[in-house]
Design a protein around this ligand. Structure first.
Ligand SMILES: [Zn+2]
Length: 406
């Protein structure tokens, strides 16, 4: 659909979508894409969706009106849990490039091509880089990706094979972001960093539409989402508001839950601390971020104020999972559900178990757990973490040709 304008989520400033924009020039606020949904109300009916393409582009009316750069992203399975009667696993591991990042990059690269941009740049904790590289390849656009040097091997290799220009950085995604910011003007790159361009949210919001459609337009009681940059959650929340405006759902909302790694939990810390004395609600840069769940190694989310606001409005919360708990949850999900989840995704199970144990969720509450990616992209990290958690037994001694434990 034609975009009405871009709106700053801090000050409400309206900007034109006729040319590429990054953030609000006044206060650096995240820009949201706004459409004139009122003209769709009553015209676009739920039943019109049946029989449409099984990708996120089935929701074309609430996405930008441009020819999609698509690899078949979205409309991923909503799997009923075998273990818990009212739990569903939304498996984003089945997206192109094996993670939910495909949705955001499909939308961002679609608009980049629409605007005629030739060179895109982004910092990435891993999977966003892979997704950008793939969609840029499909669109014939240059991609410049900055990743920590210890990202999973799959992320380095996919970017290489997709033909992206990769810079491995001795640091975290925050260091990568600084390098993109320093070089972009000189190099003529358009910055597609998380929340610093408006269309990645548009792609990711389709997860909200899918949750609604796949649950027969009755939103669940809760949604647990692994949170690094937080765009998945921000996007779904935007989708719920749009669907209410379209008359597709009522005013009820799921409790929105973030799960972060215990070794990098800036959002959890900020949520527990509450608003600052100045009335602001933001997170602080986490120092010494460490977790094998690479996507959760985000020491400060650019949209922290939006995420914290969503917890408040939805009566949600934020919880942590240790690497040991995540690894155990991965094995559990794989063996019980047949889902080999990314570490970030398995953290959702840890969060659910904790929130059931403390009574936040009851057995009858319908809860959707997001698996944000496929474990196949993390095999090296998982193996290393497994060895750390369960050290190899001492090698059997070999004495006089007799092999055995002594
Ligand atoms: Zn603003």
């Amino acid at each position: 659909m034609r975009i009405a304008y871009l709106e700053c989520t801090r000050c409400g400033e309206q900007l034109s979508a006729d040319r590429p924009q990054n953030i609000c020039p006044k206060d650096g606020g995240v820009l949201f894409v706004r459409y004139d949904l009122a003209i769709l109300k009553g015209k676009l009916r739920l039943e019109d969706l049946s029989g449409r393409v099984a990708s996120m582009w089935r929701y074309a009316e609430v996405l930008p009106d441009a020819k999609p750069v698509t690899l078949g992203e979205g409309f991923t399975p909503m799997l009923p849990s075998r273990e818990y009667a009212n739990v569903y696993i939304k498996d984003e591991g089945l997206n192109p490039t094996g993670s939910f990042k495909a949705r955001g990059m499909s939308a961002a690269v679609t608009m980049a091509r629409h605007y005629g941009l030739k060179k895109l740049a982004a910092p990435s904790a891993g999977n966003a880089g892979g997704a950008l590289a793939a969609y840029a390849a499909a669109a014939g656009i240059e991609a410049h990706i900055f990743m920590p040097k210890d990202v999973p091997v799959a992320n380095r290799m996919e970017c290489d094979y997709y033909g992206a220009h990769v810079t491995l950085v001795d640091g975290l995604i925050s260091d990568c972001a600084r390098m993109v910011a320093e070089r972009k003007d000189k190099e003529g790159w358009f910055d597609v960093s998380t929340l610093k361009e408006p269309f990645r949210v548009e792609g990711k919001k389709t997860m909200g539409y899918e949750v609604a459609e796949q649950m027969n337009w009755k939103l669940p009681h809760g949604i647990i989402y692994p949170t690094g940059g937080g765009v998945g959650m921000i996007g779904m929340w935007k989708a719920f508001d749009e669907m209410e405006e379209l008359g597709w759902i009522g005013s009820g909302r799921p409790k929105m839950i973030s799960v972060q790694a215990a070794g990098c939990a800036p959002i959890v810390k900020a949520w527990e601390a509450g608003k600052t004395s100045s009335g602001e609600w933001v997170s602080e840069m986490w120092t010494g971020a460490q977790t094998f769940a690479a996507g959760l190694r985000v020491p400060k989310a650019y949209g922290d104020y939006l995420i914290l606001d969503i917890f408040r409005k939805s009566q949600g919360t934020a919880v942590t999972a240790t690497d040991e708990e995540i690894l155990a949850a991965m094995r559990h999900w794989a063996s019980v559900e047949g889902v080999f989840a990314a570490p970030e995704g398995a953290a959702s199970l840890v969060a659910y178990q904790k929130l059931r144990a403390n009574g936040f969720f009851l057995a009858e509450d319908k809860v959707v757990l997001f698996n944000t990616g496929s474990a196949y992209k993390y095999l090296d990290m998982i193996e290393a973490q497994g060895k750390k958690a369960r050290p190899e037994p001492l090698t059997a001694r070999n004495i006089g040709g007799i092999i055995g434990p002594y």
